[in-house]
Design a protein around this ligand. Structure first.
Ligand SMILES: [Zn+2]
Length: 339
């Protein structure tokens, strides 16, 4: 085992003591797409003892260009990303524990997902989930590392609640969804993913081994195509920050949170069930058999009807493809899934 980590132990910043700390640590990776898979693989190889991997989606062929670890067979089987990543980690490092969780991270479960966690890595692709992570991490005083990449541009910042500026201190409002480019509208190249994920993982290793003095303490921005590298000082935590200054934690409030969301650029809408449910796929499949084509495995059920495709998860969360309209998706959900 020592041989596996020998080069990392030789490195002064980690050494024998740091390696032991990594082995005793739990990292939570929220979102296991491009950034998430790169983070998971690096953390697994580095020997972080426990990885909790959370993702709501399944593997598709369009992911393979940049989402390391996933293979063609994952896409053919359309495995949930958290499960596929967990399978690959087991082959990379069997000495660590992986906990794959297939859910949509939202106000109802984020605090539970944070239990026992030493550091959180942002692998998401949207600002509303990042505000949610920021609120929950500041509330529970857990360090987290923000990261985003689109096109050839990337950004990262490390948040230590009440010690550094938080995400809300720096970006008070969500950038307008229509104005901000996304991976689905502007594309993305893999090298920028690797750069952002590498910075996020390095910051996490510093946090987990207690080398806080080596953190970069900035909002880092990179453009690998235009050759621009910037590091902006975000300043100290703001007293008037709704999250770390005032402690409003708006994203954790069920009354202000929607149950339906358009998945940007995907011609799809996600619907969350009104209450916690555990679906019996066999029952549901026989109920739907007369209305269209149904297939299911232990992780998800897929139902095609007319121009629409419904992917249903065991907790009744559904991704409805073939529409960008919440009303259309809601009515399909009500008609076929119920509740
Ligand atoms: Zn703040």
């Amino acid at each position: 085992m020592n041989d596996r980590y020998s080069r990392q132990i030789l490195f002064d910043g980690i050494n024998e003591k740091g390696q032991k700390r990594l082995q005793g640590s739990l990292a939570l990776i929220i979102g296991c797409g491009a950034l998430g898979t790169a983070q998971v693989e690096s953390l697994a190889r580095a020997g972080v003892g426990q990885l909790r991997i959370v993702d709501r989606d399944f593997v598709e062929f369009s992911n393979l260009q940049r989402q390391t670890m996933f293979t063609e067979s994952d896409a053919v089987e359309r495995l949930p990303k958290a499960i596929a990543a967990g399978n690959h980690v087991a082959q990379i490092n069997s000495a660590i524990q992986v906990e794959p969780i297939v859910v949509d991270v939202n106000f109802s479960n984020v605090e539970r997902l944070l239990e026992g966690v030493d550091v959180v890595l942002d692998g998401t692709d949207n600002f509303s989930t990042r505000y949610l992570i920021n609120d929950a991490c500041v509330k529970h005083k857990i360090n987290w590392v923000y990261g985003a990449a689109v096109s050839s541009y990337g950004v990262s910042m490390t948040v230590r609640p009440h010690e550094t500026a938080c995400l809300r201190c720096v970006f008070e409002e969500t950038p307008d969804a229509a104005s901000a480019p996304t991976c689905d509208t502007a594309g993305v190249i893999m090298p920028i993913i690797n750069i952002v994920a590498a910075v996020q993982v390095t910051e996490s290793l510093k946090l987990l081994t207690g080398q806080v003095g080596d953190l970069h303490n900035s909002l880092m921005q990179f453009d690998v195509w235009k050759n621009e590298w910037r590091s902006i000082n975000p300043g100290p935590p703001r007293e008037d920050c709704p999250t770390c200054g005032i402690g409003l934690f708006e994203s954790l409030n069920p009354e202000t949170n929607e149950v339906a969301a358009v998945l940007c650029g995907r011609d799809a809408v996600q619907i969350l069930p009104a209450k916690t449910t555990a679906l019996d796929f066999k029952d549901l499949a026989s109920r739907l058999a007369n209305s269209g084509a149904v297939k299911f495995n232990e992780y998800l059920l897929r139902f095609e009807t007319g121009p629409f495709e419904l992917t249903v998860f065991p907790d009744a969360r559904s991704i409805i493809r073939g529409t960008n309209e919440i009303a259309v998706a809601r009515s399909l959900y009500a008609k076929y899934i119920g509740n």
